[in-house]
Design a protein. Structure first.
Length: 204
C-alpha cells in the first residue's frame, strides 16, 4: 500500500479504486477541513474529559502519532514534543465519552458494517480502551452510513473505514476516517463488495 507523496504523485494519472488525491485527503488536517465543509459530525475542540492530539500530515504510523492528554497543560507539553519531532501539522479534539464504533464501507455498493472493538478485544494501539466497555447505545445506523458515504465522496475514495463515538443520547461524531482499512472483522464480505465495485467500474 502506497501513501508516500512521491508514490501518490506517480499514480495520480492512473485509474484506481481509491485515487491518489483521495488518499492524500485522508491526512488528518485535510480530512478535518473537508469534514467541516460538508457538515460531518465531529468532536468539539474543547471539553471536560481530556483531549486527543493527532499527527496531521499523515496517517498514524505508530502509537506516538496519536496521544491522549488529560488536560490543557498536558496537551501543551505533548504539542511541544510533536514540534521537537518536526511535526508541525496536527489536530486537536476533545475526548468524547460514549461507545467507540469502527465502521467499514464500500461506496455505492450498499456494503457497510460496524463493530465495537471492546466486544472482541481487537485493538490497534489500545487507545480504544479509553472509552471503556461498549454499552451499545442505540443509534441510527443509516444516518452514520449516509454521513460516511458523503464523506467518502468528498474525500475521493470508494473503499473506506473509520471510527466514531456514539453518545448516550444516540448522537455521534466521526473521529477518524481512512482509505483501505483492514476489514479485519468482515474481509470476505468486503472482498465481494470491492469486486462488485470493480466490475461496475465505479472507480474514482
Amino acid at each position: 500500500m502506497g501513501r508516500l507523496p512521491l508514490t501518490l504523485d506517480k499514480l495520480r494519472d492512473f485509474p484506481a479504486i481509491n485515487s491518489s488525491t483521495g488518499i492524500a485527503n485522508c491526512a488528518r488536517c485535510q480530512l478535518e477541513a473537508l469534514m467541516q465543509q460538508i457538515g460531518t459530525p465531529m468532536p468539539p475542540r474543547q471539553g471536560a474529559h481530556g483531549y486527543w492530539l493527532k499527527r496531521g500530515d499523515a496517517a498514524a504510523q505508530d502509537k506516538s502519532d496519536v496521544q491522549f492528554a488529560a488536560n490543557q497543560t498536558e496537551l501543551n507539553e505533548k504539542i511541544a514534543a510533536f514540534q521537537q519531532r518536526g511535526i508541525t501539522a496536527y489536530t486537536v479534539s476533545a475526548h468524547v465519552p460514549g461507545d467507540l464504533v469502527k465502521f467499514y464501507g464500500v461506496a455505492g455498493t450498499g456494503f457497510f458494517r460496524y463493530y465495537y472493538p471492546t466486544d472482541d478485544g481487537d485493538t490497534k494501539f489500545n487507545d480504544e480502551l479509553r472509552n471503556g466497555t461498549a454499552r451499545h447505545y442505540p443509534f441510527v445506523v443509516e444516518a452514520l452510513q449516509a454521513d460516511a458515504e458523503k464523506l467518502a465522496q468528498a474525500v475521493g475514495i470508494s473503499v473506506y473505514g473509520g471510527d466514531c463515538i456514539i453518545r448516550e443520547d444516540g448522537s455521534y461524531c466521526v473521529i477518524d476516517f481512512n482509505d483501505w482499512p483492514s476489514f479485519s472483522r468482515c474481509r470476505q464480505d468486503a472482498a465481494s463488495a470491492i469486486a462488485a465495485l470493480i466490475d461496475n467500474c465505479k472507480i474514482v
